[in-house]
Design a binder for this molecule. Structure first.
Ligand code: PLP
Length: 215
C-alpha cells in the first residue's frame, strides 16, 4: 500500500508550487479494486474515495461505511439521468456534470430531496468525441445555466487526452475555473498529479498508484 508515498509526493508538489500544505485533497479511486486492497487504505484512516459507477459503488460502500463510519464519496464517471437520484443519495460530490439535461435533473431532485451534492462541471478540454464533458467554448455559458438553477457548482474537472501533454489541458481548465470564479479544480491522476498540482489542482484523483493496476 503506497498511500503514504502518494501523500508525501503531494506534499512535495504543494511545497514546490509554493502552495499551502494540505491545499490538495487526495481522492483515492477505488473503482474495480478488490476489497483486500481497499481495506488497508480505510484502516490507515483515509476517508475520501472516488468511484466511477453508481451501481458498483452502491454495492460496496454501504457495508464499508457501516464498518468504518462516514466516508466522503465522489462520483467521477459519466452519469445517466435515470441514476441521478441514487447518485445524489450516495455521493457527497459529483465531478461529471456535463450537460444541460443532467443539470435540470439535479435541480428538480435537489428540490425533492432537500439536498444536492457539490458539483464539478466536467470540461472536455481535448474536444474528444468519445469523451464526456462540455466543450471548452461552451463552458462559461453552461456554468451560468447551472448556477441559475441554484446548483452548488464548486469547480471544474477534466481528463486530458492520453496522448497529449496534460499540462496544456490543466492550464486551460485552471483558466476556465478562474474566469468563472470557481476555486476547485479536479485534475490529475496517477501519472500526472504532480503536474496538475503545479497548475493549481485542488482535488487529485489517484487510483492505480495507490491500489495497484486494475484488472
Ligand atoms: C479511473 C479514474 C481515475 C484514476 O485513474 P488512475 O490512473 O488509476 O489514477 C481518475 N479519474 C477518473 C475520472 C477515472 O475514471
Amino acid at each position: 500500500m503506497s498511500l503514504s508515498d502518494i501523500r508525501a509526493r503531494i506534499a512535495a508538489a504543494e511545497a514546490a508550487a509554493q502552495r499551502p500544505a494540505g491545499s490538495v485533497q487526495l481522492i483515492a479511486v477505488s473503482k474495480e479494486q478488490p476489497e483486500d486492497r481497499v481495506l488497508p487504505v480505510l484502516e490507515a484512516g483515509h476517508r475520501l474515495f472516488g468511484e466511477n459507477r453508481v451501481q458498483e459503488a452502491a454495492g460496496k460502500w454501504p457495508a464499508w461505511r457501516e464498518r468504518f463510519g462516514a466516508v466522503d464519496l465522489h462520483l467521477l464517471g459519466p452519469l445517466q439521468s435515470n441514476k441521478a437520484r441514487q447518485a445524489m443519495e450516495l455521493f457527497q460530490t459529483i465531478h461529471s456534470l456535463d450537460r444541460p439535461k443532467l443539470a435540470q435533473t439535479f435541480a428538480r431532485l435537489a428540490q425533492e430531496l432537500g439536498q444536492c451534492p457539490q458539483l464539478f462541471v466536467q470540461v472536455n478540454t481535448g474536444a474528444e468525441p468519445q469523451k464526456a464533458g462540455i466543450l471548452p467554448e461552451d463552458a462559461d455559458r453552461f456554468i451560468t445555466v447551472a448556477r441559475a438553477l441554484d446548483l452548488p457548482v464548486i469547480g471544474v474537472m477534466c481528463i486530458p487526452p492520453v496522448d497529449e501533454d496534460p499540462a496544456t489541458h490543466f492550464a486551460q481548465l485552471a483558466e476556465i475555473g478562474a474566469r468563472n470564479g470557481l476555486d476547485a479544480l479536479s485534475m490529475g491522476m496517477s501519472d500526472d498529479f504532480e503536474v496538475a498540482i503545479a497548475h493549481g489542482a485542488t482535488h487529485v484523483r489517484v487510483g492505480s498508484a495507490i491500489f495497484g493496476a486494475r484488472r
